[in-house]
Write a protein that binds this ligand. Structure first.
Ligand code: NDP
Length: 250
């Protein structure tokens, strides 16, 4: 029995339990956070069961964020706009999405407002929902062009025929790096101050190539910490130590 959990399929690799545990420990809070494997189609039942067991909050990871939103009785405007929830309060069946705001936390202070987004999957939707409001002009490229066009239509972005790194911020939201796959990018198009950001954790071909060009790089660990810290705040009304959380997942 614990107080908080992350559900996903698969979820065994999740770094969220040790990250949240480090945040509780830093504040001397008596909570426990665990990873719970939930299969597709069983999300509602699993959440009801966790609520009955007295769990306070749940984080939701791939591929359950849409099902989690459907379970919620009170989803906030942001999670409804994105169509996915990653953070739930079980007693009240409330839902929010901390991926979007967490991403904005991680790019605070960057210069320039032209962004290229590579990929048009679930996480790209969360970014597309908030980047224009943060003043970014966003151009999106996706391997399957129709998905990029649908995303662009919905969120007021423009579509790229070919991927380019000619932007102030280039965010790779594809899962290509998970499999060590390269994207067809010409890094000589990069600007002096281009920042290369990959949502996948650790070294990916995308980040390795960007670093070789001398560009500033950010990997997915930053977003993991930022969305986790926002979930923590939403559940507990307390500010966690982002340093302790980052240290725990390194
Ligand atoms: P989705 O499955 O919804 O989308 C995957 C996207 O990647 C699609 O645009 C797909 O293109 C594209 N893609 C997959 N393989 C390739 C390839 N070999 N070459 C080019 N494009 C490819 O995934 P999510 O949006 O949920 O997640 C995307 C990534 O972000 C994952 O790797 C995930 O681990 C990471 N992530 C990290 C987080 C963090 O905290 N750091 C939080 C959330 C996600 P197509 O449409 O053509 O199939």
């Amino acid at each position: 029995m614990a107080d908080f959990a992350v559900i996903g399929d698969p979820v065994g690799h999740s770094r969220s339990p040790r990250m949240h545990q480090a945040a509780y420990d830093a504040l001397k809070l008596p909570y426990r956070y665990v990873a719970v494997h939930v299969g597709r189609g069983s999300v509602g039942k699993a959440l009801d069961r966790l609520a009955a067991l007295g769990y306070r909050g749940v984080n939701v990871t791939v591929p359950h964020k849409e099902e989690a939103l459907a379970w919620a009785a009170q989803a906030d405007e942001l999670s409804r706009r994105i169509g996915a929830a990653n953070t739930l309060r079980l007693a009240t069946k409330e839902a929010t999405n901390t991926d979007a705001g967490g991403f904005l936390d991680t790019i605070q202070g960057l210069a320039g407002r032209e962004a290229t987004m590579l990929g048009a999957g679930g996480t790209a939707r969360a970014l597309a929902a908030v980047l224009p409001g943060a003043g970014y002009q966003v151009r999106v490229w996706n391997r399957t062009r129709e998905r990029a066009m649908a995303l662009a239509d919905e969120f007021g972005l423009s579509v790229l025929e070919e991927p380019t790194v000619d932007a102030d911020l280039v965010v790779n939201t594809t899962s290509a790096g998970l499999h060590g796959d390269r994207l067809p990018l010409d890094w000589s198009e990069a600007r002096n101050g281009t920042v290369a950001y990959d949502l996948v954790y650790g070294e990916t071909p995308f980040l390795t190539e960007a670093a070789a060009r001398g560009l500033r790089t950010i990997d997915g660990q930053s977003l993991l910490v930022a969305q986790g810290a926002r979930s923590f705040e939403w559940w507990l009304g307390l500010t966690p130590s982002r340093e302790a959380m980052a240290e725990a997942i390194r």
